[in-house]
Design a protein around this ligand. Structure first.
Ligand SMILES: [Zn+2]
Length: 385
């Protein structure tokens, strides 16, 4: 299979120099040519850095390193251009071809330049992998259907599974309410709300069941704060299209989106994002020493939890972070990120030490001689052709 995006083969220093993204910088460059170019981003960074560390989330250059592994889940991360290319590829195929295309992205070694000896790991996050498995099977059974058609076809059986999962939560709420809500009026009101939404789940009610509406409806049941907190915790377990495959099928079969829009959802969660180690909502600053790059999936799961609480839930976090820092350091040494990141990896070692109160002491990565990119770039007046 041929991919319509560039994978630069980087094996030796010689190759790196030849393929350096800065290589052509010294010849006249029109600003319009530089849109979406990596080197343009790094120039913006140099401008926007205030002092040594000031950096906006959007300009965090580590996000631009190709095929960096997520330090939380260990799976490969991609950028928006890759997502578009992969989504186009999948949307254009049917039957066996579609199955093969979907499988192609289950082995990240197909997408990278230096992991030939690495292990086989999927680009899809766990819930998406479940969706993909199901689509592959039905693509072979229905060779003339595109992705959108297959998702719609699978909507109904998944709807039944979803109803089951939603009812588990509603029943748990009812049980919890009966045991914990002391005020009779409050309990009655709670039961009525649950009944109404039960009907909606089964499609008997006049309106559709909507997760957000339901969460809102039960957010103010009792004046007993502790009991209300318990309700809020249980209701969070309701499946969503991002944490449950059934819900994904139901959502996208109802929405009637194009194959490409659905395929984008397959990769959306693998996109590299900026994570604040110390949450922004808790006073975390926009500085590179407070940033790591993780995938959209992990970023969403962390939300605004303190790093020290979060890290306890992640298996082998120390090893993964050390691997991440080494990968970033290697990219820095190859000249792929700007000189502003000279101390980045050391800063993260320090930040993690501080945020975990010394519980995680990361081994600093091995540094090599940095291949300085050519940077004698000058802006020239745009010429008319
Ligand atoms: Zn991740």
């Amino acid at each position: 299979m041929k991919l319509n995006f560039n994978i630069i083969k980087i094996n030796t220093i010689k190759n790196i120099n030849q393929n350096s993204k800065y290589q052509n910088v010294s010849k006249p460059v029109l600003f319009s040519d530089m849109k979406n170019d990596v080197f343009e981003k790094s120039m913006i960074n140099e401008v926007s850095f205030r002092g040594k560390r000031g950096c906006s989330e959007a300009n965090f250059e580590v996000k631009d390193i190709k095929n960096l592994r997520c330090p939380i889940c260990g799976q490969v991360m991609i950028d928006k251009n890759q997502m578009e290319a992969y989504a186009c590829d999948i949307a254009s195929k049917r039957g066996e071809d579609l199955k093969k295309a979907l499988e192609f992205y289950e082995d990240e070694r197909n997408l990278t330049y230096d992991w030939e000896n690495g292990e086989k790991r999927s680009l899809y996050r766990p819930v998406i992998q479940e969706v993909v498995n199901c689509v592959k099977k039905s693509a072979v059974e229905h060779p003339n259907m595109d992705l959108a058609g297959l998702i719609e076809l699978n909507g109904k059986p998944h709807m039944e599974n979803l109803i089951g999962l939603q009812m588990v939560v509603v029943n748990e709420l009812l049980k919890y309410g009966k045991e914990n809500i002391e005020d009779e009026k409050e309990l009655l009101r709670f039961k009525n709300i649950l009944d109404e939404y039960k009907n909606r789940i089964y499609g008997i009610g006049e309106e559709d069941f909507k997760r957000k509406e339901f969460i809102h409806a039960v957010s103010n049941i009792t004046s007993n704060e502790k009991v209300q907190e318990g309700i809020d915790e249980i209701v969070k377990k309701l499946p969503t299209s991002t944490n449950d495959a059934n819900s994904f099928f139901v959502k996208y079969s109802k929405d009637k989106r194009t194959s490409k829009a659905i395929a984008r959802q397959f990769f959306m969660r693998s996109i590299a994002t900026t994570e604040h180690l110390h949450p922004k909502s808790k006073g975390g600053v926009n500085r590179t020493d407070n940033y790591i790059c993780d995938c959209a999936n992990c970023n969403e799961q962390k939300a605004n939890v303190y790093f020290d609480d979060w890290q306890k839930t992640i298996p082998n976090i120390k090893e993964k972070l050390e691997q991440y820092l080494q990968d970033v350091q290697d990219a820095y040494d190859r000249g792929e990120i700007s000189a502003a990141y000279a101390n980045y990896t050391d800063e993260i070692v320090d930040t993690v030490d501080k945020l975990t109160m010394g519980k995680i002491k990361l081994k600093p990565p091995i540094k090599a001689y940095r291949v300085e990119p050519e940077r004698n770039c000058e802006f020239v007046e745009a010429e008319e052709y």
